[in-house]
Write a protein that binds this ligand. Structure first.
Ligand SMILES: [Zn+2]
Length: 323
């Protein structure tokens, strides 16, 4: 039965359509991409789809949905008999400009790109990418990060005191930027060393100049993804607010227009963070892979998103968003 439906999905996809039943059952949706890469980068992580698959997916969306900008989605500004879809990209990779934008232009599809301020920092990289590139090459290594010891077991760092993974510690226990910098320094890989283990398209972020360029595209909305990519819901309220202020100021000055939308890094937020973001003018807020609070189901300021990941064939990647 599963095989039969898989084949039907593939058949539909190859015909340039998604099973219309799936589209109609789920209705309007916001999807979350991260990157679009020239080469398949699934061996590093699953966050980037290939240009070829992305092109095919946007063609399928174009046929089955009305593709709308994030403000149009929230404000319900576009009348259409088709369900609405909003395309979003998290993290602000340079590949969004180099590889995704040409495809968006080809299909005249709008998208929102959520960017950090990390390109300004001494280590212009998102912490999860730093770990994806280094952790697997560090088996057996011990590191000390601000007094917390970790040992790498089979390619993953775990806390020697609690057994928690380093990634969990970063998300919940030590969510500040100082910890991330200390981690990068403890691991000691300089960015040039990454060229030996991965293509730059996997991790390189847009510069300030490139943010300006993206902001001038009529198809693109620029949004905040925090300044340091800290989990805002794990920070103290004041720290979370300061990070959002820094992000909005940075992006606003480059884009030359107000920043009205935020996608929470790692999908992490809470009621205070939501209110502070709203007070800063970010009235289009996005969760990721589920809300953190059931009340958000009826709060019109925040919407959920489903991620599209490089998990198998292009049709499987799309059908995953309906589960
Ligand atoms: Zn992110």
């Amino acid at each position: 039965m599963r095989i039969a439906s898989e084949l039907l999905n593939l058949f539909n996809y190859n015909l340039g359509r998604i099973n219309p039943k799936l589209v109609n059952e789920k209705g309007d949706m916001i999807v979350m991409y991260h990157g679009v890469t020239r080469k398949n980068q699934a061996h590093i992580n699953k966050r980037h789809v290939t240009v070829e698959n992305f092109d095919g997916q946007i063609a399928v969306f174009k046929k089955n949905y009305e593709i709308v900008a994030v403000s149009e989605f929230f404000d319900n500004l576009v009348k259409s008999s088709k369900p609405k879809i909003c395309l979003t990209f998290d993290d602000g990779y340079k590949n969004n400009l180099d590889s995704a934008l040409p495809v968006l232009r080809k299909h005249n599809a709008s998208a929102a790109i959520y960017i950090t301020g990390l390109a300004e920092m001494h280590y212009p990289i998102i912490w999860a990418d730093y770990l994806d590139l280094t952790e697997r090459h560090s088996t057996g290594r011990k590191i000390n990060v601000l007094g917390h010891s970790f040992i790498n077991v089979s390619g993953s760092f775990i806390s020697e005191s609690s057994g928690q993974s380093l990634r969990e510690v970063i998300r919940y226990l030590s969510p500040g930027y100082e910890f991330k910098v200390a981690l990068i320094e403890a691991l000691g890989w300089d960015l040039k060393a990454f060229d030996k283990v991965a293509d730059r398209e996997v991790w390189e972020l847009v510069t300030g100049q490139e943010i300006k360029q993206l902001a001038s595209e009529k198809l693109i909305t620029i949004g905040s993804h925090g300044y340091y990519h800290n989990n805002l819901g794990s920070l103290d309220a004041e720290e979370a607010k300061d990070e959002m202020i820094k992000s909005v100021q940075y992006l606003q000055q480059l884009a030359g227009k107000p920043i009205q939308t935020i996608a929470y890094p790692d999908g992490s937020y809470n009621a205070e963070v939501k209110q502070a973001a709203k007070d800063l003018g970010m009235i289009y807020q996005l969760a990721a892979e589920g809300f953190r609070d059931e009340k958000d189901l009826t709060d019109t300021i925040i919407r959920n998103r489903k991620g599209i990941y490089n998990c198998g064939r292009p049709h499987t990647q799309l059908f995953d968003i309906y589960n």
